[in-house]
Design a protein around this ligand. Structure first.
Ligand code: SAM
Length: 285
C-alpha cells in the first residue's frame, strides 16, 4: 500500500474489507473519515519536528498519519491486536511512528515516553474517556498539552464553571491541573460508523502550578468529591456526612468564610481550597 490519505470513507471501507475487520463497539471504534477534521485536530496539538507525541487508540492510523506528517515523534498505543497488522501497513512509510500494543490504563506512560516532556493528541475511546484523562492528569506526567476529541457533553463538563448544572468533579480536576479550551464540535457524520452523539475537541494546557495552593491535595479532592457526590445537600450537611462533628463543620465554615447553606456545586476552586485547608488544619489541632 502506498502513502494513501487514510481519512476518507472509501479508504476506510477498503481497509476494513481487506483486513476482514469488524468495528468493535465495546472498544469505542469510530474512525474519522474527514481530512479537514483530522488536520484541525493535529494542528491544535502545535507539533514540531521531533516533538514527542502520544496518541491513544490510533485505530487504522488516520490521525496518526496527520501527526506523523508534522515530523513529530509519534508513539501510538492501541489495545486491539486486530489493528496491529493494519497499522503496520498503513503507517509503513513513516519512520517517525512507533505503534505499541497495550492498554493505556495499564501501561507505564512515563516509561513508554522515555521520561521526556510530551504532548497528547487523540480521538479517545468514549467508554473510557474520563479515566484516561484522570490518569494523564493525576500522574503528573511531563505533559505540556493535551488535545482530545471526546463527547461534546464531556467537553462541556470539562470547561464549565461554578453554578452550572454540568459543573462537577471532572470540571474541577481538569481546571486544577490544566487550562482547558473548547475548540470545535464534530458532527457524527465525520466518523465511520457514525456515533450517536456529537463530539468536540478540547485543548488542555497543562499548568506548571495549580491555580490554588492547598496544604493537602488529597483533602482538596475529598472535599470536591463529597460536594458533588451529594449535590442536593447544603454544604454543611455534606461535611457532616463526611464524618465531621457539628462543631468541626461550624469551625471549618467560619475559617473558610463559607455560608454552609450553599451547595458545593456553586463553589469556585478557591472556595474548595479554603475548605480543604481549614479541614486539614482542624485535623492537625
Ligand atoms: N484514532 C482513530 C481515529 O480517529 O479514527 C481511532 C479512534 S477510536 C474513537 C478509539 C481507538 O481506541 C480504537 O482504535 C480502539 O481500539 C482504541 N482503544 C480502546 N480502548 C483502548 C485502551 N484502553 N488503550 C488503548 N487503545 C484503546
Amino acid at each position: 500500500m502506498k502513502e494513501v490519505d487514510l481519512s476518507n470513507a472509501e479508504v476506510v471501507h477498503y481497509i476494513v474489507k481487506r483486513f476482514g475487520l469488524r468495528m468493535n463497539k465495546k472498544l469505542g471504534q469510530n474512525f474519522l473519515i474527514r481530512r479537514d477534521v483530522v488536520d484541525d485536530i493535529a494542528d491544535a496539538a502545535d507539533l514540531t519536528e521531533g516533538k514527542p507525541v502520544l496518541e491513544i487508540g490510533p485505530g487504522i492510523g488516520t490521525l496518526t498519519q496527520a501527526l506523523a506528517e508534522t515530523g513529530a515523534a509519534v508513539t501510538a498505543v492501541e489495545l486491539d491486536d486486530k489493528l496491529l497488522p493494519v497499522l503496520d501497513k498503513t503507517l509503513e512509510h513513516y519512520d517517525n511512528v512507533r505503534v505499541i500494543h497495550g492498554d493505556i490504563m495499564r501501561i507505564d506512560i512515563e516509561e513508554t515516553m522515555h521520561h521526556q516532556p510530551f504532548t497528547v493528541c487523540a480521538n479517545l475511546p468514549y467508554y473510557i474517556t474520563t479515566p484516561i484523562i484522570m490518569k494523564l492528569l493525576e500522574q503528573r506526567l511531563p505533559i505540556e498539552k493535551i488535545v482530545v476529541m471526546v463527547q461534546k457533553e464531556v467537553a462541556e463538563r470539562m470547561v464549565s464553571g461554578p453554578g452550572s448544572k454540568i459543573y462537577g468533579a471532572l470540571s474541577v480536576s481538569v481546571q486544577y491541573y490544566t487550562e482547558p479550551h473548547m475548540l470545535f464540535e464534530i458532527s457524527p457524520k465525520a466518523f465511520m460508523p457514525a456515533p450517536e452523539v456529537t463530539s468536540a475537541v478540547v485543548a488542555m494546557d497543562v499548568r506548571k502550578q495549580p491555580p490554588v495552593q492547598v496544604l493537602e491535595e488529597k483533602r482538596f479532592f475529598q472535599v470536591v468529591k463529597a460536594a458533588f457526590g451529594q449535590r442536593r445537600k447544603t454544604f454543611a450537611n455534606t461535611l457532616k456526612s463526611a464524618g465531621l462533628t457539628k462543631e468541626q463543620v461550624s469551625h471549618i465554615l467560619e475559617v473558610a468564610a463559607i455560608d454552609g447553606k450553599r451547595r458545593g456545586e456553586t463553589f469556585s476552586l478557591d472556595e474548595f481550597a479554603r475548605v480543604a485547608d481549614a479541614w486539614t488544619n482542624i485535623v492537625k489541632l
